[in-house]
Design a protein around this ligand. Structure first.
Ligand SMILES: *[C@@H]1O[C@H](CO)[C@@H](O)[C@H](O)[C@H]1NC(C)=O
Length: 333
């Protein structure tokens, strides 16, 4: 913002009016934006994993091995991490060896040597929260990219990454019980208002055929933590009003798919990156419940402008659940 739009001395010819409008659109989009190219045939494929960084333990290495194999087959373009990247307390600093031990030395397959787009989970907020956001990490391993809330735009799909941890009231109610690093979040109300406002305007402006929103906490889930009431109240209405296709999260250490009865929105949990919670779920009967698996694994997504294929894989590379979605190409009004 260099103030070039505030040239009041020049009369408002139509040229300047155009400039005003463009500048306004530009300035109104506050979230960091990244562009990611699609494949030569116009398609895209990527993985989603969550809740993983445990120096290889609890099958983290087995999940990584399968990701490497499936990643080769699908020739994935990037990996999305839904947060809780490093247990138990995020990173202590950008030079914390845990980063290499739980990330660089684990996801070693060639097919995984792609960009990783990550959000923060509640466990990441228990360390030095700014460490994971630091450009120092990108110099240690160039695949790493973690921001609080941001956008990744491609020709066929736009991803909206949302920092969900600050939405959860419980984390602010017992500060002695669990320490969170709230630098950059406090004052909380202002922070949340800003996140929602930026997301709303970015979704409204989006002309992408597919819209996918990613956060750490589930909106809907039958797992251990279950639904996040703050997100049902504050985030869900925005997603439904703007025809978002998928909401993908971690936090519950399982793989899961629910559909919505009120909109096209599909809910996916990919939180099986390492320690899983066997048998820990609330039974839900009905049309919305499509799939639940309480072991480790990951999710793959293959997209074209009109079709999506979503698959959940276990630690042996077995396909646990798969789903095809399709839609008409987006046409601007
Ligand atoms: C690793 O995965 C296998 C297969 O799902 C499972 O039987 C085993 O309990 C897992 N190990 C741990 C430590 O979770």
């Amino acid at each position: 913002m260099d103030g070039s739009c505030n040239h009041y001395s020049i009369s408002l010819s139509s040229v300047w009016l155009t400039c005003f409008c463009f500048c306004f659109i530009f300035v109104s989009a506050e979230l960091h934006r990244f562009e990611h190219p699609v494949k030569a045939d116009g398609s895209l494929s990527f993985f989603v994993i969550g809740d993983w960084g445990r120096k290889g333990a609890y099958n983290q290495s087995q999940v990584a091995l399968q990701m490497g194999k499936v990643g080769e087959k699908l020739s994935i373009d990037f990996v999305v991490s839904t947060g809780d990247n490093f247990y138990e307390k995020g990173l202590a600093s950008p030079y914390d060896p845990v980063f290499k031990d739980s990330f660089t030395k684990i996801y070693t397959a060639n097919s995984l040597k792609k960009q990783w787009y990550s959000v923060l989970g509640n466990h990441d907020y228990r360390g030095d929260v700014q460490a994971q956001l630091s450009p120092i990490l990108r110099r240690i391993d160039s695949r790493w990219l973690c921001l609080r809330s941001f956008i990744v735009k491609t020709e066929i799909v736009e991803f909206f990454f949302i920092d969900t941890t600050p939405f959860v009231d419980q984390y602010f109610q017992n500060p002695k019980h669990q320490k969170f690093d709230w630098r950059g979040v406090i004052p909380r109300k202002k922070y949340l208002r800003r996140v929602l406002k930026d997301l709303r305007s970015a979704l409204r402006e989006s002309v992408a055929n597919w819209k996918i929103v990613i956060g750490h906490h589930p909106i809907r889930s039958i797992g251990h933590h279950g639904e996040t009431k703050e997100l049902i109240m504050q985030l869900l209405p925005i997603l439904e009003a703007n025809n978002v296709d998928m909401y993908i999260n971690g936090h519950d250490h399982c793989l899961e798919h629910l559909s919505s009865i009120t909109s096209q929105l599909q809910f996916f949990t990919s939180g099986g990156g390492s320690k899983a919670w066997k048998g820990d779920f609330h039974y839900l009967d009905g049309d919305e419940m499509k799939f639940y698996y309480d072991g480790q694994g990951f999710m793959s997504v293959e997209l074209t402008a009109t079709d999506a294929k979503i698959v959940f894989h276990d630690v042996f590379g077995k396909v646990l659940h798969s789903l095809d979605l399709s839609k008409q190409p987006y046409t601007a009004m």
